[in-house]
Design a protein around this ligand. Structure first.
Ligand SMILES: Nc1ncnc2c1ncn2[C@@H]1O[C@H](COP(=O)(O)OP(=O)(O)OP(=O)(O)O)[C@@H](O)[C@H]1O
Length: 291
């Protein structure tokens, strides 16, 4: 299965939210990483066929999705950033309701609902009201509804925003588990969401894909740009922050260890460290964007 995106542009007035995007996606998890306003949601919505591009084309295995239309929509599972749940519905009732909306054959519904509840780890809560669910459980029921039609392409916008670390890991593992034989596209500005599960990371900046690589290749690209530096004086922290992209600042006894992203060695006693995707994010996005 191949999703081919050609010269995709979306304008809102003078603003180009997406600017001539070209991509080819096959099965596996793709992580779209971008600062606020970089165009992630716009791209997700166009891929989910709920928004039309201004120009450009998307083909699934050589077929234009705007011509496939309904047929394409049947292959899509979409979990938007904000989902309105029926709080008084139980998990099971909600999923049966969505199954009806999606036009699933009635005779298959019970089995399918049971299957997706099992898959997302909510089988024991099938009779509980969604209103009482935690953030992580709500995201999982969101994935469950997106999986009801057994989609070939699963699009998930900012799935882990507001989740605690345990819920985030659980959710990440769930996406990884269901990515076999599907294209899973996941947008986030939380780097750790995709570090371990993405086959490729797409870095979106001002509506353009500036990088599309495996996490390993992306990290290799910045391996000589990550430094740590130990300083004594707290006042110097601000000086370095003004001159460099500074990541984590760790207090060690009376000193401060700065993580600095720089093409050159910031000081003679600065030493290289192993890069992670958080460094990569800092390297590609301006501080004002990451704030
Ligand atoms: N309906 C709209 N009308 C006008 N401008 C829009 C509309 N939707 C998006 N934009 C603009 O397009 C740009 C990209 O927005 P988009 O929501 O796709 O970014 P994003 O990367 O998803 O951001 P966030 O992480 O904040 O959700 C932004 O500048 C935004 O203001």
């Amino acid at each position: 299965m191949k999703l081919t995106i050609t010269n995709l542009t979306k304008s809102f007035g003078d603003k180009k939210a997406l600017n001539e995007i070209n991509l080819e996606l096959s099965t596996g998890v793709y992580g779209i990483l971008g600062a606020n306003g970089s165009g992630k949601t716009t791209l997700m919505r166009i891929l989910a066929n709920v928004m039309k591009p201004t120009s450009g084309q998307i083909d699934l295995d050589g077929q234009d999705i705007s011509i496939m239309d309904e047929k394409y929509r049947d292959l899509i599972g979409y979990l938007p950033q904000h989902v309105g749940f029926y709080k008084n519905f139980s998990a099971e009732k909600f999923l049966k309701y969505v199954a009806a909306l999606k036009g699933l054959p009635k005779e298959d519904t019970n089995e399918k609902v049971e299957e997706v509840l099992e898959l997302v780890g909510l089988a024991d809560h099938h009779r509980d009201k969604i209103g009482g669910f935690s953030g992580g459980m709500k995201r999982r029921i969101g994935i469950a509804q997106a999986l009801l039609n057994d989609p070939k392409i699963l699009i998930v916008d900012e799935p882990t925003a507001g989740l605690d670390p345990k819920e985030r890991i659980r959710f990440r593992n769930l996406l990884s588990k269901i990515s076999t034989n599907r294209i899973v596209i996941l947008s986030t500005h939380i780097v750790s969401d995709i570090e371990f599960i993405a086959k490729e990371v797409l870095i979106l900046k001002e509506g353009q894909v500036v990088k599309k690589e495996t996490p390993q290749t992306l990290l290799k690209g910045i391996e000589d740009k990550v430094w740590t530096l130990l300083i004594d004086d707290e006042n110097e922290v601000t000086k370095y922050q003004a001159d460099y992209r500074v990541g984590n600042i760790v207090r060690i006894d009376n000193k401060f260890q700065l993580r600095i992203l720089s093409d050159h060695q910031p000081e003679d006693d600065a030493v290289h460290d192993v890069p992670n995707l958080e460094d990569l994010y800092l390297y590609y996005f301006d501080e004002e964007e990451t704030a």
